[in-house]
Design a protein around this ligand. Structure first.
Ligand code: FAD
Length: 465
């Protein structure tokens, strides 16, 4: 992997997303060359761009739709994530209540509706993505985290969301670990295989007559009198409308550059576990699990009973550096491997087969936002902050509403329509992120929320992954 000493469970690791190995590669689409025209051009072929294309087709069977992707569809965050598919568009119920108390009920309802509709779309289009709606167990290790879970349980009760409290031997039958003292199980939560999700969305888009160009980074977006123009190295596309679904790549609209920062998140996947190994840790169901620190882990099973174990480190590089090489970070992999052993001592012989990282598009509000430019002919959606698997579908609908000039319940949300707090320029940005991370780590150790975090709270600023 690199020269850094590696944890004994990480020898012979494959340095790429496990999910890639579960999908038969489709031939790459041709790149954009020459001058072409369409009604709707979508820049970016991750979940957001692919959903935008598919849902635009549903609204208009005759619209001429084109996706332009810089590399391969699903090659970035959409093919590298944990596959937790939340019934939420607001990074959870507590976040909705904290930041938008006046519209929390609406956000919660729309999030649950979005997951229902996503499940229905999978069925309607015959997309095979290992979708499992088996729930999620939220576990806590420290007394103040257990208090946090109690508050989560109260919030769920307030909005009629089904959940169940576990502790002691009851918890051990759901997850047996010396670290965790309590858990809240929410049955309405799904998991999927993200690489299959991207591949299936791509397949269905092509089957629906949507044109796709890959290996075609858009270099510039220009406003013409009648049409917008997207320029690539070898061609250009004129379009009536443009949806920007470029996530954390340097944005084509310069004013968005300080609204999100790239934060690297890392993941390990183990070799397949036997039933006996899984029974030894009480994890016999197919539900996903997450712990409750500011620096949290997420874990789930793959279809062949490997454990995916990710999270904790959230690395921001000075100047917002983005580089493929940064998706491999032995220090983070070693830490994750060691923390896995602490969580599950009986699995100390388990080896990991895959290790990778990806970029989280972190907004200071921890939720996505949308907006328009160029007289309403361009829409954008970004800032998912680690919860975009389901929210990307909602963002797609929101962009289509905006491009149609329609005022809908989606477009009127404060969460989506109000721009988030902008990150300050460097070197202040780097210093601010480091200070916030130190405070968050301290809070994880002693439960004390310091003045810096309280000040951020007062301004509605958050840092998460
Ligand atoms: C390690 C990791 C774990 C995560 N885990 C979860 C999880 O469990 N649950 C969850 O809900 N979310 C999770 N997320 C977040 C989730 O993956 C993202 O929010 C979601 O995939 C965003 O989709 P997207 O289409 O907006 O972005 P992307 O998948 O990043 O797609 C954007 C696309 O735009 C293309 N592009 C960029 N610029 C240009 C350009 N100029 N021209 C042409 N194309 C361009 C890129 O090549 C890319 O393919 C995780 C993210 C990471 C990195």
């Amino acid at each position: 992997m690199t020269s850094q000493p590696c944890h004994d469970s990480l020898h012979n690791i494959q340095p790429h997303p496990f999910w890639q190995d579960t999908v038969a590669p489709a031939p790459t689409a041709s790149s954009l060359a020459g001058s072409l025209e369409c009604d709707l051009a979508i820049v970016g072929g991750g979940f957001t761009g692919l959903w935008t294309a598919l849902l635009a087709r549903r609204r208009s069977p005759t619209l001429n739709i084109t996706i332009i992707e810089a590399r391969r569809c699903g090659g970035e965050a959409s093919g590298r994530n944990g596959g937790f598919c939340a019934p939420s568009i607001s990074h959870g119920v507590s976040n909705a209540l904290k930041r938008w108390p006046q519209e929390a009920e609406k956000l919660i309802r729309l999030g649950r509706q979005n997951l229902d509709e996503l499940a229905a779309d999978l069925q309607h289009f015959g997309m095979q993505v290992e979708f499992e709606r088996e729930g999620k167990l939220n576990v806590a290790s420290q007394p103040w985290q257990i208090d946090g879970l109690r508050s989560m349980q109260r919030n769920y009760a307030r909005f009629g969301i089904e959940c169940e409290w576990f502790e002691g031997s009851e918890l051990a039958r759901k997850l047996d670990s010396p670290l965790y003292g309590a858990g809240v199980f929410e049955p309405n939560y799904a998991l999927l295989n993200p690489a299959k999700m991207a591949a299936e969305l791509r397949r269905v888009c092509l089957a629906q007559g949507i044109r796709l160009f890959e290996q075609s980074p858009v270099l510039e977006l220009m406003e013409g009198k009648n049409l917008l123009r997207l320029r690539t190295a070898d061609g250009d596309m004129s379009a009536g409308h443009v949806a920007l679904a470029t996530n954390i790549a340097p944005p084509l609209l310069g004013h968005l550059a300080s609204s999100v920062i790239p934060v690297y998140d890392y993941t390990l996947v183990s070799e397949p576990l036997s039933d006996a190994q899984l029974t030894a840790i009480g994890w016999t169901g197919r539900y996903g699990i997450a712990d409750s620190g500011n620096q949290f882990h997420y874990l789930r099973k793959t279809a062949d009973n490997r454990i995916l174990w990710g999270g904790f480190d959230a690395i921001y590089h000075f100047g917002g550096r983005r580089d493929e090489a940064l998706t491999q970070r032995p220090e983070s992999f070693n830490r994750l491997a060691e923390q896995f052993r602490q969580a599950f001592p009986s699995l100390r012989e388990v080896r990991f087969s895959h290790a990778w990282g990806g970029i989280i598009d972190t907004s200071a509000r921890t939720t996505m936002f949308t907006g328009c430019a160029m007289q309403g002919r361009v829409a954008y959606a970004l800032g998912f902050t680690g919860q975009g698997v389901s929210a990307s579908r909602f963002a797609a609908l929101n962009m289509l509403d905006l491009l149609a000039g329609e005022r809908t319940e989606r477009t009127e949300l404060l969460m989506t329509s109000k721009a988030p707090f902008r990150f300050p320029p460097e070197p202040l940005r780097f210093a601010g992120v480091k200070m916030a991370q130190r405070s968050l780590a301290r809070e994880d150790r002693d439960g004390h929320r310091d003045l810096l975090l309280k000040t951020f709270d007062a301004f509605g600023i958050g840092f998460d992954s």
